[in-house]
Design a protein around this ligand. Structure first.
Ligand code: HEC
Length: 315
């Protein structure tokens, strides 16, 4: 065989080999991201699901959820669960808190990753609210209590792989964020001593905007001008009989009782969430009282002065 032909033959083997190696290297370099995307999509490996709203069913079966927290060595934060464990009914929505404190003299952006074990329960573990969805900014020496709202899907009890599980560990690790992109400020979880409509706005976006907007009905009725409005009276919204026939005008006080536990305040209503923290309720109500501006996007509600509320009402 001529050496020329031999060289061409070698090349024909070498080129596909090099291409394969390059692709493999690429896969390895990006595999944490690919793995995370894969896990987020499938729940594989104990990645949990993000939910917009709670489950409607609630079963008699209970499961104990244990909390575990870790901080990467290069992040000078303290980060601890405020409860070691809670026992919940499947389908029951639960609010738990985690404490984070920046021990350094500089503001730092962190990002939390999370995992549940056993990994097979990951697809049934749903989080409605979590600091783990975004980059989070913590100012120098700031300390905050961060809420997580979750529920465990009742379907867990019927899956042969998970039917016998009676304890789930939810584990978080905070890392220093490598490339912070518009971090959220964790100080939104700090309670001030007087009602704070701006904080209420941030909390509203996080906890209510999935179902409520000021001037359109979504899963829940429109809430512009709700303070002073008769309960169950937003035009065009299909209320539960319980709320439609409640003889009640919304005030700061009744809203507080409603938000603390709607189904206890008016049995038979269909709003599925509760706001357990009093200062959170106070600030959301302060925001509702201040009124809304027309939203320019789903997560951008601006409080406006009382004057423009009346204008809103006349529209
Ligand atoms: C998962 C969806 C969902 C979320 C999240 C939610 N709500 Fe609701 N809300 C509803 C539904 C559904 C109703 C109607 C209840 C009924 O008809 O029984 C409702 C009704 C209300 C009402 C009564 C309005 C009226 O016209 O009488 C108020 C006030 C309210 N919600 C406030 C809030 C606030 C504040 C938050 C955030 C803390 C919030 N809701 C979060 C679904 C939701």
């Amino acid at each position: 065989m001529s050496t020329k032909l031999q060289r061409r033959k070698n090349l024909r083997v070498l080129v596909p080999c090099l291409a394969t190696i390059t692709i493999m290297l690429g896969v390895v370099a990006y595999s944490p991201t690919l793995y995370r995307l894969f896990c987020a999509a499938t729940g594989f490996g104990g990645t949990t699901q993000r939910a917009l709203a709670g489950s409607e069913e609630r079963s008699d079966r209970t499961v104990t959820v244990l909390f575990d927290t870790n901080v990467a060595p290069d992040l000078p934060w303290r980060f601890e669960p405020e409860q070691r464990e809670v026992t919940v009914h499947l389908g029951e929505q639960k609010l738990v808190f985690f404490m984070a404190q920046n021990l350094s003299d500089k503001a730092i952006v962190g990002h939390a990753t999370f995992n549940v074990s056993p990994g097979t329960t990951g697809i049934y573990f749903n989080k409605i609210q979590c600091f783990c969805f975004d980059d989070e900014l913590l100012d120098a020496h700031e300390k905050v209590d961060m809420p997580v709202v979750f529920f465990v899907d009742p379907a867990m009890a019927t899956d042969p792989e998970t039917a016998a599980v009676d304890a789930i560990t939810l584990s978080y690790t905070f890392f220093r964020s490598p490339a912070p992109d518009k971090p959220k400020d964790l100080s939104r979880f700090l309670a001030t001593s007087s009602p704070d409509p701006a904080r209420g706005q941030a909390l509203f976006v996080e906890r209510c905007a999935a179902c409520h907007a000021p001037d359109v009905n979504k899963a829940g009725p429109m809430l512009g001008n709700v303070v002073g409005r008769k309960a169950g009276s937003a035009p065009g919204y299909n209320y539960s009989l319980a709320l439609r026939s409640a003889d009640l005008t919304w005030s700061a006080d009744s809203l507080d009782q409603w938000l603390a536990d709607p189904r206890k305040f008016i049995p038979g209503v269909k709003m599925p969430i509760r706001v357990l923290d009093a200062s959170t309720r106070r600030d959301i109500i302060a925001y509702l009282k201040a009124g809304f501006d027309k939203p320019s996007g789903r997560s951008e509600y601006r409080p406006v002065a009382q004057g423009s509320l009346d204008q809103h009402r006349n529209e």
